[in-house]
Design a binder for this molecule. Structure first.
Ligand code: C2E
Ligand code: CA
Ligand code: CA
Ligand code: CA
Length: 279
């Protein structure tokens, strides 16, 4: 088997065989990372666009690799999905998010909701609702404090199943946000049938809002849609005062981005939140 394995590589171009080996190495490293707790959550604040009040945070995973340092999620989440590792990673994310939320409360940073990103494959698991409830319950956190960020494309793939899961999550008290809204293949139809709480305007629209009239028009339309349907709206990727001011004028409820703060480790977030609230 070893021989044929070696021969197999001769069919690949040198480049491709390197990719295959790199992919296998990355998978092995991810398994180790999970076992050795090398993942860490960073937190980025969300502010009420009008009052400026700190209302919540988004948890964003990073991998502290002993050899390569801090690795961003785009470099390993897709591989984790394909390797079947996203379920245990997603479960770790939820537990860790709950643990940190309780710590913040104990440290006097209370009243925040915490948004957690869910991957398509994770959401598709038959036991996603039960396992999410169990993890949050075990974590000692009220589901009402957890906002699950899902993307449009994952909601569209099996509308019947999706609606059922979302209604169950909703009944348990979780809040549902649609991430990167406007970038996927979406049908406005599902907004009537899915219990969605928040539309999250993709950062590409925010980035282009002063350069491309269409981007601002889409932002306006999404905010109007959210308001008409009684949903919240979050603009992400807010980097300038001008963007923040325009979003506020156009009725956006919540803002998030480097202008306010970059994602930070938990302790730094606590320090930031205290200082921010102290004025
Ligand atoms: P996302 O959920 O759309 O997260 C927003 C990304 O924009 C984050 O990148 C964040 O750090 C970055 N960002 C925030 N403010 C600004 C800004 O003002 N300007 C710019 N240019 N970028 C900003 P990050 O942390 O690298 O995450 C990338 C993606 O990885 C996320 O996109 C999400 O899809 C995925 N991801 C992150 N954490 C998790 C996780 O725990 N589970 C899963 N399944 N996916 C995750
Ligand atoms: Ca997100
Ligand atoms: Ca997003
Ligand atoms: Ca994104």
């Amino acid at each position: 088997a070893k021989e044929s394995g070696r021969n197999t590589f001769q069919f690949y171009t040198p480049d491709l065989s390197v990719n295959v080996l790199e992919r296998l190495q990355l998978e092995m490293d991810l398994r180790r990372a999970l076992a050795q707790q090398e993942f860490v959550l960073y937190f980025q604040p969300k502010l009420d666009a009008v009052s400026g009040a700190l209302t919540g945070a988004e948890a964003l995973i990073r991998w502290r690799d002993p050899r390569h340092g801090l690795i961003p999620p785009n470099r390993f989440i897709p591989v984790a999905e394909e390797a079947g590792l996203i379920e245990p990673i997603g479960q770790w994310v939820l537990s860790e998010a709950c643990r940190q939320l309780l710590r913040w409360q104990a440290l006097g940073v209370a009243g925040l909701s915490l948004a957690v990103n869910v991957s398509a494959r994770q959401f598709k698991q038959a036991d996603f609702v039960a396992s999410t409830e169990a993890l949050v319950r075990a974590g000692g956190v009220a589901p009402a404090l957890i906002e699950l960020e899902l993307t449009e494309s994952m909601l569209m793939s099996d509308a019947g199943q999706t609606a059922e899961k979302l209604h169950e999550l909703k009944a348990l008290g979780f809040s549902i946000a649609i991430d990167d809204f406007g970038t996927g293949f979406s049908s406005l139809h599902y907004l009537r049938h899915f219990p969605v709480d928040v539309l999250k305007i993709d950062q590409s629209f925010v980035r282009e809002m002063f350069d491309d009239a269409a981007a601002l028009a889409i932002i306006d339309a999404v905010i109007a849609l959210a308001n008409a349907l009684g949903m919240g709206s979050v603009a992400e990727g807010v980097e300038t005062e001008a963007q923040r001011a325009t979003l506020r004028e156009h009725g956006c409820r919540t803002v998030q981005g480097y202008l306010i703060a970059r994602p930070m480790p938990s302790d730094e977030f606590v320090g930031w939140a205290r200082a921010y609230r102290a004025g």
